[in-house]
Design a protein around this ligand. Structure first.
Ligand SMILES: [Zn+2]
Length: 408
């Protein structure tokens, strides 16, 4: 048997008056999900326990069955692996956004989803002006980059506000601060770097051009979620199955690499609505030639939630249905003779009204070989999953259920 999980980042939502009391998943036209749901079991799963940040790295580690208490260090470390840069014992890696501030307000966590060439030019200038042997910058995808602090004297115990949860905040009041007294010099250095980035970026030619084009300038850096190298068992050690991962974003690919999984960013995978869904489907079919399990992550729907963009959130869910899951299933049947089990879920909700992650347990369905259909529940959505057989699963229970011989 082969296994596939479609992880639609940020898909879950709340009932909305403008949708007649329905959620985006309920309203979206999803014939493929509907068909899978006819032979599925449903439930909810806790991906963001209270004591951890409401971050996608935490949520995806939960889904894949890693023990957060022992394995989680911080997002910067995971993303660094995603960018192909392993960490030594000396280094703390912080995730670093390029963001837009206007006057003293944090306006946009993504600097208008800045392009990679533009971001790379800005990171180049930051490296030139602020870089030292101890302070290094690395360009990632769009607005997502890494700041390395190299030396035993630096600390990862720095408290932060997530930029995508902080729209409208006065940024000067939510700068990095020490979570333990010994982290104060690191927090102070980060604050200085943020302030100096303002001077360097504000009138940078890239931003002059972006303003002229009516786009948000990337006029501040925002370092957050620092971590040292995580210690975690491989996916195969954990589950006894060989696994692969497909995503556009470094944090998910890094998680895969740290877990010894075959990790792939297919051509045209952008992390946004213009992503190449069909290439992701084809890559998933191919990864299953060499693996028992493949995890297909889609970022676009999460981004629409953060933008508060309901029509595009619905469109993203529909594209996942017809351009990714349907294409995958059709191709899988042509290439593979193994039986197949399919799981569908988000890593966390991003309600369009709140525009940030919530800790609500996520709705999941498992469909396919060895799954006895729940006759009372015929569609995949938030409400049916709450009413399903498996409410409030935690820890490894979800992957154990997916890999179980039969699902009653
Ligand atoms: Zn998000």
């Amino acid at each position: 048997m082969k296994y596939v999980a479609f992880l639609i980042d940020g898909m879950a939502d709340y009932p909305l008056p403008e949708l007649g009391g329905k959620t985006p998943v309920e309203i979206a036209h999803t014939p493929t999900l509907d068909k899978l749901a006819q032979a599925a079991q449903f439930g909810t799963f806790v991906t963001l326990p209270e004591e951890f940040p409401t971050s996608s790295d935490v949520a995806n580690m939960s889904v894949l069955g890693w023990d957060l208490a022992t394995a989680y260090t911080g997002r910067g470390a995971i993303e660094s692996y995603g960018l192909g840069v392993p960490l030594d014992e000396q280094t703390v890696a912080f995730r670093m956004n390029l963001i837009t501030v206007k006057d003293d307000i944090l306006e946009d966590y993504s600097a208008g989803h800045i392009s990679e060439p533009e971001a790379d030019a800005l990171i180049g200038t930051l490296s030139e002006k602020l870089g030292t042997p101890e302070i290094r910058f690395k360009t990632g995808v769009s607005y997502r980059h890494i700041l390395y602090l190299i030396g035993k004297e630096f600390s990862a115990d720095v408290a932060y506000d997530k930029p995508d949860s902080s729209h409208g905040m006065r940024w000067e009041t939510i700068l990095p601060r020490a979570a333990k007294p010994e982290a104060e010099p690191t927090a102070e250095l980060l604050r200085q770097l943020v302030w100096r980035s303002r001077e360097i970026l504000e009138d940078h030619p890239v931003n002059v051009k972006r303003r002229a084009e009516g786009k948000n300038p990337a006029n501040l850096i925002w370092p957050w979620s620092g971590g040292r190298k995580p210690q975690m068992p491989s996916f195969e050690e954990l589950h006894g199955k060989k696994g692969g991962i497909i995503s556009a974003v470094d944090v998910i690919l890094g998680l895969g690499l740290l877990g010894g999984m075959e990790s792939l960013r297919p051509e045209g995978a952008t992390g946004f609505l213009d992503t190449n869904y069909e290439n992701k489907a084809a890559a998933a079919v191919d990864l299953l030639r060499r693996n028992d399990f493949v995890y297909v992550h889609v970022e676009a729907v999460d981004e629409c939630g953060h933008l508060g963009d309901l029509p595009n959130k619905i469109k993203g869910i529909e594209d996942c249905d017809t351009r990714l899951i349907k294409v995958f299933l059709d191709q899988y049947r042509k290439v593979h003779s193994d039986k197949l089990r399919v799981m569908v879920l988000p890593d966390h909700p991003v309600p369009v009204k709140l525009r940030k992650h919530t800790r609500d347990p996520v709705p999941f369905m498992v469909s396919g070989e060895g799954v006895s259909a729940d006759p009372a529940l015929r569609y995949y959505n938030e409400a049916t999953c709450v009413a399903g057989q498996y409410p409030g699963l935690k820890g490894r229970a979800l992957m154990n259920l997916l890999f179980a011989p039969t699902i009653p």
